[in-house]
Design a protein around this ligand. Structure first.
Ligand code: ARG
Length: 583
């Protein structure tokens, strides 16, 4: 189904055409003055210039034709030339029924489905997930679900940081602690020698330790760099150890992402791009783009219009090792070969914007992707504590993602202990779902580019723009449906104002989806879900569904409640939020 404004645009365009005006003038938008009308069209103003006629005359011509359509309760020309439109109940109901019967529940499907790669998550092997990774995972997952729901082919790639200095640091530190391990021998033979089994706790302890040490100890730092370089050059013992580090770390990461209900189609890492580096270097050289500067190989990416200095991008360091930009460029080659995507979106901390500007410009100059392929950096802001600084643990350390999940789950558990609705057995599962709903909605309701404050009490509140309020709305509808039993539910009319308002929100939902996808911003899905819930709540308070004696009304109201639930659940699903039966 098309979004309702698109359906109306077609109708109004044809009316402009029938009056002898350019149909392109008939663009319809949602009204920002619901007290005056539901929709509006301002085409008469542009028409006035084209046809040297007063805008109000054009608007009046078109309004007269539109009134014949039989779908508006009012189609009015308003001075100086606005066209104000309000649908009649029959037509609103028809659209609501179309949505009810649509297998996509009214979510507009892309006319030209696109292939989109979303690079999100971006965890680093051997380093624990911290809350910065939460945002990438939560926003990226939601964008993936949104783009899929709109009919696109979407691949989520975790783009594991598995090839950089952090591995060298871990290898160097393990070498100091366990010099006898076979993997540290020059003569390591992968067929006969072995690597000890590692565990996630060890890695979580070793990395920060080694990282700190490298800042204080030059000699150790040099060792870590050498280890990184030797690993990247294929030293057998290091490769074997790296594989074990990878195995341990990925298992741990997968279990963390599972708790977040975030899942990736591909678990490629930076290391997978390694084999494309020679090709990348050749392209850069053949096209005359790369040149030596202070021993490193660089590519100019500055453009005339730049307001701030734009440094060249380094593609190979003086010690011959490849760096972050090299991997990202090689990964673009890999993605082009594997998926030939129309778009690649990067959901990464906004502080990495300069890096991506450099990478994209270099990729364009080297023509690594066709000119029409969209490469877009979707930067996100920071999750802060109440002091406005990046959220920390009580002792001032970096908050681990797993600790944060535990914090919200425990807070939910505390609240549920007093709930008579939830069975003892379901409590853990409910607590996890409530916690996730609170956390994800609290994050996604903010435009991704903004910083926000993690406020547990606010996130857990059953009122206002929270995930809990939405779960509560769904559970309320569940209990209405349960009480109604097998009472026949069928949309058959619009009987009250609150109901009309809710139906309008329902038929406007397609617009919210299109807008959210165009803007690549899930906060519009959050906002729309909230608006639906508020309208439902008003409808529910003003119309006593269960005690209604008129069976026809009751039937229509039940159907409306059911449709509202389906649509809210769809929104939540796109946000990566699971619902609970009752609470
Ligand atoms: N691993 C990186 C980090 O933690 C994020 C990776 C983002 N994606 C990318 N293609 N560079 O900062």
């Amino acid at each position: 189904m098309q979004p309702v404004t698109k359906i109306l645009t077609d109708i109004v365009s044809s009316a402009f055409g029938r009056c002898g005006y350019d149909p392109k003038l008939g663009v319809v938008a949602a009204s920002d003055r619901l007290d005056l009308c539901q929709f509006q069209c301002n085409g008469a103003f542009a028409g006035a210039k084209l046809y040297k006629k007063a805008p109000i005359m054009i608007a009046e011509n078109v309004a007269a034709v539109l009134r014949e359509e039989g779908i508006f309760s009012s189609a009015e020309a308003v001075a100086p030339g606005f066209l104000n439109l309000t649908l009649n109940d029959e037509y609103m109901l028809k659209v609501a029924k179309d949505i009810e019967g649509d297998r996509f529940l009214g979510i507009p499907q892309s006319e030209k489905p696109q292939t989109i790669v979303i690079d999100y998550g971006g965890p680093n092997v051997a380093k624990p997930l911290h809350i910065g990774h939460l945002r990438s995972a939560v926003i990226g997952e939601s964008l993936k679900r949104l783009a899929k729901a709109c009919g696109n082919t979407v691949y989520g790639d975790v783009h594991l940081g598995d090839w950089g200095l952090q591995i060298g640091l871990v290898i160097a530190e393990l070498n100091e602690r366990y010099p006898d391990w076979e993997c540290f021998k020059e003569s390591f033979n992968p067929d006969t020698d072995s690597v000890p089994t590692l565990n996630a706790e060890l890695l979580c302890e070793v990395y920060p330790f080694a990282s700190k040490k490298s800042k204080e100890n030059e000699e150790f730092k040099a060792k870590a760099h050498t280890a990184t370089f030797e690993l990247q050059s294929g030293r057998a013992g290091y490769i074997a150890l790296w594989k074990e580090i990878l195995r341990t770390s990925v298992a741990d990461l997968k279990s963390n992402y599972q708790r977040l209900d975030v899942d990736f189609d591909y678990w490629y890492g930076e290391s997978d791009a390694d084999k494309y580096i020679p090709e990348l270097m050749k392209i850069l050289e053949d096209k005359g783009l790369s040149y030596e500067s202070n021993g490193a190989l660089v590519v100019d990416v500055a453009e005339e219009s730049d307001k701030a200095p734009m440094p060249p991008v380094i593609v190979r360091k003086s010690d011959n090792s490849s760096i972050y930009a090299t991997t990202d460029l090689a990964t673009i080659i890999q993605r082009e070969k594997d998926f030939a995507p129309d778009k690649i979106w990067y959901v990464v901390d906004k502080r990495q914007e300069l890096h991506f500007t450099q990478v994209f410009r270099c990729a364009r100059r080297a023509k690594l992707v066709p000119a029409e392929t969209e490469l877009e950096f979707l930067g996100f802001g920071t999750m802060n504590g109440s002091d406005g600084k990046p959220y920390k643990t009580r002792d001032g350390g970096v908050m681990r993602l797993s600790d944060l999940i535990e914090t919200v789950t425990n807070a939910s558990l505390e609240r549920l202990t007093s709930s008579s609705f939830v069975d003892e057995d379901d409590r853990e599962d409910y607590a996890r779902k409530l916690g996730m709903a609170a956390l994800k909605f609290g994050d996604l309701i903010n435009h991704r580019s903004k910083d926000y404050i993690f406020d547990l009490d606010k996130f857990m509140s059953a009122e206002g723009k929270t995930g809990i309020y939405l779960l509560y709305t769904v559970s309320r509808i569940n209990s209405i449906m349960k009480k109604a039993g097998d009472f026949k539910a069928e949309l058959n009319g619009i009987y009250t104002d609150a109901e009309r308002e809710l139906v309008l929100k329902i038929i406007m939902t397609g617009n919210a989806f299109s807008y959210a996808l165009d803007e690549k911003a899930p906060n519009y899905i959050c906002e729309n879900a909230y608006q639906l819930a508020v309208s439902f709540s008003r409808f529910y308070h003003e119309n006593n569904i269960m005690n209604e004696q008129d069976e026809k009304k009751k039937s229509s109201w039940l159907a409306l409640a059911k449709l509202t639930r389906a649509i809210i659940v769809k929104h939540l699903d796109i946000l990566g939020i699971s619902t609970v039966e009752n609470m």
